[in-house]
Structures are given as C-alpha cells and as structure tokens.
Ligand binder design. Structure first.
Ligand SMILES: [Zn+2]
Length: 252
C-alpha cells in the first residue's frame, strides 16, 4: 500500500507523533526493522506544507554520495569502529548466519532489550527477567546479570579456563580468543564457537521467559549452550573439534 507521510503523522499540542499502525509483525526481523525505523523517526517531524520527496538526510540539499553515506554509517554505528579496529572476524566463523547477524547487532547495542524498547515506550518496565533486580541492557543481559554469570562460571569450569566477563569489552575478547585453551589457533576457533553459543542461548532463553512465560533455570541455559556448542563444533574442519562430555568441554 502506498502511503504519504501525512497519513502516518498526527499533529498535537506537544508537537505531534508518528502513527505506525502495522497490521501484523510476524517475526523477530520485522520487529527489529520497526524498532530501527522508530529510532530513526524519533525527534523528527515532517513539514505538513510540502510534498513528499526523497532527500539525502545529511544535508537535505545535495544528492547522496558514497563517502557521505560511509561517514554517516560509521558515526551512527558506535560499536562498529572499535569492532573494525579489532579485526572483526564474525563473518568467517562457522556458526549460523542469523547468529552472526545477531552478534553484530549485540555489539552495535541494537538488540531489542527492554531498555532499548523503553526509548519509545518510556513507561514500560525495564527490569531484567533473569534477576528481577537491574535494568535489562545489553551489557547486563550478557555480562553482569548474576543469573548469566552462573553460565560463564560453568563454562569456565567446563573448559578449565578463567573466563571473566564483566562488560562488552570482555565479551568481545572472549569471542576472539579463549585464554588458556591450547595454542593460539585452537583458542581462536574455540572462542568463535563457545562464546557465541552462550550469547545465543542467553538470548533464546530470555525470549522464552519474556514472550512465553517460561521460567529461568540455569540448568536449562547450560544444556542449551552445550547443545549449540556440540552442533557448531561439528562444523570445525581439520584436526580440531569441540566435544562436550560429562560437563567438560574438550578440544581435540
Ligand atoms: Zn539480570
């Protein structure tokens, strides 16, 4: 359906608001797209007197140029520059594409946590579903939530390594290198399986709690993580592989 800006904007005393009455949102990807759109529209009001037209948002007068677009993209992606400087290798990892995209969004701080949603729903409850104490931010959900720290501790024990994840920097470090796990080549390959599996399992578990009223059990989160490590570890080529046996993660 074709729609003009005036059809999705309503003027009011406080300045007006966007009305996105979507008939249905059928999957997480669409939710993400709508969230991105709402963030783009935030604080922006249309001119009711002018015709709709396509303009380049940076200066509103010039045509789009690739260099400008790249500069805008870098500026609008706070996590990107630091990730690029760390020689981002997510796209080469032997894990499902949707998980790679998800990890990319995690480090962009653009997944739909409660604190992210609260940007356009200021009155919503932003309490973490796992610990019911702190605000659910990206860093809290994957790093500092006491419930999730149990998982990192279990992985530490299972890999006989010292995994200490307190912030996003630590999380990234453990994505690209797993300390104390054999030689450097092994560390890189294992880190690119184990840490993403934990992050993906945390997200799936969190969605189960938020959207399907499931209860959080650390045992279930651990089992899910182990299952993913088994599945993805099987895709490693060459002499190396990852196996999980009796609560221990083995690199052979
Ligand atoms: Zn928490």
């Amino acid at each position: 359906m074709e729609v003009a800006v005036k059809h999705i904007w309503v003027d009011c005393v406080s300045g007006g608001d966007w009305l996105l009455n979507l008939r249905r949102i059928s999957c997480d990807v669409q939710v993400q797209e709508v969230a991105e759109l709402l963030l783009c529209l935030d604080q922006k009001a249309p001119d009711p007197c002018s015709e709709d037209s396509m303009v380049w948002g940076e200066n509103m007068v010039e045509n789009y140029r690739v260099k400008q677009g790249y500069e805008w993209w870098k500026r609008d992606s706070p996590g990107l520059t630091s990730m690029m400087s760390k020689n981002l290798k997510i796209w080469q990892w032997k894990i499902p594409l949707k998980v790679k995209i998800f990890l990319w969004l995690v480090f962009q701080q653009r997944i739909l946590t409660k604190s992210y949603r609260a940007k356009w729903r200021p009155h919503m409850d932003t309490t973490c579903e796992f610990c019911a104490v702190d605000t659910e931010t990206v860093e809290h959900m994957f790093c500092s939530c006491p419930a999730v720290m149990q998982l990192w501790n279990l992985i530490s024990v299972a890999t006989s390594s010292r995994i200490r994840i307190q912030n996003m920097e630590d999380l990234w470090t453990h994505m690209v290198v797993a300390p104390n796990l054999g030689d450097e080549a092994v560390q890189v390959r294992v880190a690119s399986i184990i840490t993403p599996a934990a992050v993906w399992a945390i997200w799936l578990t969190r969605n189960g709690v938020v959207f399907r009223n499931q209860r959080f059990y650390i045992e279930n989160l651990w089992e899910m993580t182990v299952g993913l490590i088994r599945d993805w570890g099987g895709s490693l080529t060459g002499a190396r592989s990852v196996n999980v046996y009796r609560g221990k993660i083995f690199i052979t």
